[in-house]
Design a protein around this ligand. Sequence first.
Ligand code: UD1
Length: 375
Amino acid sequence: MKKLILVAGARPNFMKIAPLMHAFKGNKNIKPVLVHTGQHYDLKMSGQFFDELNIPLPDINLEVGSASHAVQTARIMEGFEKVCIDEKPDFVMVVGDVNSTAACTLVAAKMDDITTIHYEAGLRSRDRSMPEEINRLVTDAISDIFLTTSQDADENLLNEGVPKEKIFMVGNLMIDSLVANLEKAKTQPMEFQLLNRTQTITPLLWREAGGRGYGAMTFHRPNNVDNPQSLRKLVEIWGEISTKIPLVFPVHPRTYKNIQNFGLQQEIDKYENLYFIEPLGYLNFINLIKNAKFALTDSGGIQEETTYMNIPCLTVRPNTERPVTIWEGSNKLIKINEIETEIDLILQGKEKKGKTPKFWDGQTAERIVKIIENL
Ligand code: UD1
């Protein structure tokens, strides 16, 4: 029996490893060992996802926590090297583009007899100011096997000199999780406590009441939220939009800290329909998106989830590593000063519609298991 270490570190990894852990269950050829690096550690950013997605508790938790990029990466590498020495895996599989992805690949690639596998290989924003792009480039430069979500990723890898026989287009694991959980998500009680206010909100009721519904929003990219001027500008725009349609914002810890540090809370409190809530669990979050009029975001994964659900998505970034969500899906890349006009278009019923890309069908984990069994 071969041993495969599967690495997860940050929130967007958990919905990608869940279907794999389920698909490996009872497998006679491969034994998975789940390593959580502890990059994300809050109940709301991590623990709740394990519960809701039914992921078994990690076999090993490195508990690295938050730190600067270099320190966090170094801590993960130090811990993960010990794990590889003790466990002697045949395969190390990483997903996505977070610091944990690059750090663990770097460790495993230098050890004898370990085959490294990267799921979500080949995505490129071509923007090296994003830490995730650096992580993607490093990981793909030294991985052995490349599992991809779309044709453009295959082309990027081929252009970078990766041999064709090492690339496997498998589809999208996030969509496996979405397909498996949408029905259950619909039954969630959706009553949220607001941050900094005593009130609770029930967004689904606004929709059922025949009103315009609501927009769902997430922002956490350093480019948007680490700079006081751009965060202030965003707060003004969110406020303005909330006078036309309520906005629900499960706030990422990075963004929340910056709002406090830059003294922007008072500005936010002026807008009655700008609703800040704590980060949501997986089921509540996908239900919130599923029922929203639109998503306004700078995230990576939400571009894919909205494409599958055909919900208009406005991505406030100059580029995306997931262009298939634009070519085929309901996603649009926009600048900060285009947010209001784009939302007006959606409110007039002129939203972008899309279709589902190839292999985004809920069967990706099964395909991956077969490929790994044959390696
Ligand atoms: C990381 C990923 C990013 C991903 C995002 C999703 C990298 C380089 N970035 O960014 O690609 O889209 O996760 O969430 O790996 N914090 C908490 N509790 C936690 C985790 C973090 O309060 O459980 C705080 C930290 O103290 C830190 C901030 O959030 O100040 C950022 O955390 P970090 O993991 O460094 O990066 P993210 O911005 O979450």
